[in-house]
Design a protein around this ligand. Structure first.
Ligand SMILES: NC(=O)c1ccc[n+]([C@@H]2O[C@H](COP(=O)([O-])OP(=O)(O)OC[C@H]3O[C@@H](n4cnc5c(N)ncnc54)[C@H](O)[C@@H]3O)[C@@H](O)[C@H]2O)c1
Length: 313
């Protein structure tokens, strides 16, 4: 049996739902403990604790009691919600990360923490955004991600914490609704298409953004966490990408399978956020350091999403 003991924060969110399933499949149910502000999902036999990640002592106690060796720290405020409630977003994103890093320093825990393409900004949009692009985020969320990346690098350099991070693009999945980000349209549109409802998109038809199907992101997280420490040259956060598309291109691809989809465009405040992000990202450093390669393109993503969403209605 593995001596790994894994703690997932924000485990009931969009990434946490799929990641927990993958971690249980990879390491066994008894090795994984999930935590979230929300209580346990019905029918789950995984150990789950209701935990506010801002509560340092409660987090420390779980790590100590269960002999935690790895933390996947997913609890956070996302980009759109962050612009609406900035102080809350900053407090949650920064303090929780510092709590996790401080506790990991004491207990020698390996950490996964997701950054985001939101850490880039208008001056990063020289295409594609590279690993060493200028970083000038314009949102509270993006500023917290860039600061978080620097904290991860600092804790690695100053305290030898084995912290690993990915700049995730917009993630598309069907098991759990997205949590208030700027790429949520790319999930919502599938629910509308499958249930034969018209869809109103909050981004303009030609807004190109980097995107990824969730199974690719989950595999990237597992591969990064299992990579040999000596092969990792980036301790702030690795660029990661799979594809880039616009709402119009996604709608056209869905219409090939569900011709009745009707879409109109009413850009809102999220358009400004999307316009500050890169259209394309390059991830050659991740490819070189730990062998990253995406598996899904737009066509296979659309096939899988329609199949998955049909299974829940
Ligand atoms: N989903 C994406 O497209 C995407 C892209 C890039 C980066 N990320 C990053 O990945 C991480 C997870 O994202 P997600 O999409 O799963 O988010 P989500 O909003 O779907 O889930 C976050 C979870 O955290 C929980 N939470 C909120 N505040 C908490 C607190 N104080 N204590 C404990 N739990 C709390 C929520 O209940 C929720 O279940 C975040 O750091 C996010 O910035 C996500």
């Amino acid at each position: 049996m593995s001596s790994k003991k894994i703690l997932v924060t924000g485990a009931l969110g969009q990434i946490g739902t799929d990641l927990t399933e993958a971690l249980v499949h990879r390491w066994g149910e008894s090795q994984v403990i999930t935590t979230d502000l929300k209580p346990q999902k019905i029918n789950s036999s995984i150990i789950h604790k209701t935990l506010d990640v801002l509560d340092f002592q409660a987090l420390r106690q779980i790590v100590e009691e269960h002999g935690i060796t790895e933390i996947y720290h997913l609890a956070a405020a996302l980009s759109a919600k962050g612009e609406q409630v900035p102080q809350w977003a900053w407090e949650l994103n920064m303090k929780s990360l510092l709590n996790v890093l401080e506790i990991s320093k004491v207990y020698g825990v390996r950490v996964f923490w997701p950054s985001s393409m939101a850490a880039f900004g208008p001056f990063s949009t020289i295409q594609p955004a590279t690993q060493q692009s200028v970083m000038d985020p314009t949102t509270v969320y993006g500023i917290s991600k860039l600061a978080g990346e620097s904290w991860c690098a600092w804790y690695h350099r100053s305290h030898g914490i084995d912290v690993r991070s990915l700049r995730l693009p917009g993630l598309i999945s069907w098991k759990t609704p997205p949590g208030g980000g700027t790429t949520d349209y790319a999930v919502d549109i599938f629910h509308a298409a499958v249930t034969l409802r018209p869809y109103t998109c909050f981004l303009s038809p030609n807004t190109r953004l980097p995107m990824m199907y969730m199974p690719d992101a989950i595999r990237a997280i597992l591969e990064l966490m299992e990579a040999s420490s000596s092969s990792l040259t980036v301790r702030y956060s690795y660029n990661l990408t799979a594809m880039s598309f616009t709402p119009e291109e996604l709608a056209e691809e869905i219409k090939k399978r569900i011709p009745s989809l009707s879409i109109r465009y009413e850009p809102d405040f999220r358009q400004t956020i999307a316009d500050s992000w890169p259209r394309e990202i390059e991830d050659s450093t991740a490819q070189k350091d730990w062998g990253w390669k995406s598996h899904y393109n737009l066509s296979s993503l659309v096939d899988e999403m329609i199949k998955g969403i049909k299974s829940i209605y």
